[in-house]
Design a protein around this ligand. Sequence first.
Ligand SMILES: CC(C)(COP(=O)(O)OP(=O)(O)OC[C@H]1O[C@@H](n2cnc3c(N)ncnc32)[C@H](O)[C@@H]1OP(=O)(O)O)[C@@H](O)C(=O)NCCC(=O)NCCS
Length: 153
Amino acid sequence: MPKLTLKKVTSKNFDAVVKLSKTLTEYQQTCVAPNIASLAQAYVNKKRAWPRAIYLGNKPIGFIMLALWDDDIPKEDNPAYYLWRFMIAKDYQQKGYGSKVLDMIKEKAINDGIKTIYTSCEMTGDQPYKFYIGYGFTDTGLNDGEQILKMYL
Ligand SMILES: CC(C)(COP(=O)(O)OP(=O)(O)OC[C@H]1O[C@@H](n2cnc3c(N)ncnc32)[C@H](O)[C@@H]1OP(=O)(O)O)[C@@H](O)C(=O)NCCC(=O)NCCS
């Protein structure tokens, strides 16, 4: 079974990572920004953004981006990471890879001395709310246009 790893996005894998967005269904493309927009956002937030390509063996199958801090997070939950972007290419969804990537992010966060991981998702349609709750995130009850979820480590 090929290994799941997180790798930096470089000039070599940039095109492949950008193309992954097109594998999503039309509806899923409304759930997450295109990877090209996320990479541009990472470029202008160099210190705060942590973008990574998700690889299965030597094949890029997804993209994830953390914010290493967020000023809106309540003091008692800091230090915290905010999961800004997350996608798995359509053909690789529903195979457990998304959960495994969250395991890797959790492990990184624990090693980095992080207390809480935040994320958010919209509530309309078949958004991945249940995926996050099933994984162990809890609903903060807060909504700033998207429902805000968090997980203590
Ligand atoms: C959300 C996403 C990253 C999950 O990745 P994945 O590899 O398909 O997830 P897994 O296979 O690890 O799924 C784990 C569990 O969550 C469930 N799940 C996955 N996506 C779900 C969704 N959109 N809605 C409800 N449940 C979902 C799976 O059925 C599985 O449940 P089970 O353990 O009971 O079988 C992927 O579906 C995706 O890229 N979606 C489109 C983009 C998106 O919405 N990104 C998030 C923006 S907030």
